[in-house]
Design a protein around this ligand. Structure first.
Ligand code: NAD
Length: 244
């Protein structure tokens, strides 16, 4: 059983499909209704799926979401992918407190408490296959050349650096914790920058921008026992942008 936040579209939805193709039932927490593709997954993959309207930046909403999910799926949970995230583009010198706070509440606090509630559920159900996959970003490795996103970079740095510390604490329960750092991916998040596409392509060694499905494999790998000796690590899936 897997839970993906931000799974209504984009990278999150690709993770839902990948995990379902590998045989997992998948629940989604998101503030928006899922894209049409979500509803085909159940039939295509022969698994159960469910959508819960949850705002990960609200502790109350998260707790209510977990309570409903636990009831519907008998407390089952082995895989959690906190993927919900937002970005704001503004020069560092003009960034506002409010915008930064929004980013922190979703990208950092939302992700952290999703992972915490998921881990509590995994500890309680004594899963033997616990895996938490935090969605960071290549923006935690580098200053994104063409974008003004200092606060976003900071939130993703927080994700990447909390990962080994959480991994250390959950190891005794047999729960592994890793992160993924995607590069440029074609989603709603990047859709408002058509003028930057060519530049992004030239930043990647393979000369192209990722589709959400390009990031999916890393998630399925980290969720599965194929990665059973990995914990506290980050996998960059960025077409080589950070490795020139
Ligand atoms: N697109 C990229 O180039 C890229 C690169 C690196 C990392 N990422 C990360 O991947 C993740 C997914 O982003 P994406 O590109 O698919 O963008 P996206 O905007 O398509 O998806 C983000 C999802 O998160 C949901 N969400 C936002 N705020 C939420 C909240 N408060 N509670 C619950 N759900 C919420 C959105 O509704 C949406 O479904 C994000 O964490 C993002 O930072 C994206």
């Amino acid at each position: 059983m897997a839970l993906v936040t931000g799974g209504a579209r984009g990278c999150g939805l690709a993770f839902v499909r990948g995990l379902a193709e590998a045989g997992a039932n998948v629940a989604v927490f998101d503030v928006v209704s899922p894209d049409e593709g979500f509803y085909a997954i159940e039939k295509d993959c022969g698994v159960r799926t469910a959508y819960y309207k949850v705002d990960v930046s609200s502790q109350e909403s998260l707790q209510e979401g977990f309570a409903s999910f636990q009831k519907d799926f008998d407390n089952a949970l082995d895989i959690c992918v906190p993927c919900a995230g937002i970005n704001r583009h503004r020069p560092f010198l003009e960034f506002t407190y409010k915008d930064h706070q929004d980013l922190l509440s979703i990208n950092v606090l939302g992700l952290y408490f999703t992972a915490q509630l998921a881990a509590k559920q995994m500890v309680a159900n004594k899963t033997k296959h616990g895996s938490i996959i935090l969605v960071a970003s290549m923006a935690s490795h580098i200053a994104v050349r063409s974008q003004l996103c200092s606060a976003y970079c900071g939130t993703k740095g927080a994700v990447r650096s909390m990962c080994p510390a959480i991994a250390k604490e959950l190891a005794e329960y047999g729960i592994r914790v890793n992160s993924i750092s995607p590069g440029y991916v074609k989603t709603e998040m990047t859709a408002s920058f058509p003028h930057l596409l060519d530049g992004w392509k030239s930043e990647a060694m393979n000369g192209r921008i990722a589709e959400p499905e390009d990031i999916m494999g890393a998630c399925v790998f980290l969720a599965s026992d194929a990665s059973s000796y990995m914990t506290g690590s980050d996998i960059a899936v960025d077409g080589g942008v950070t490795r020139w």
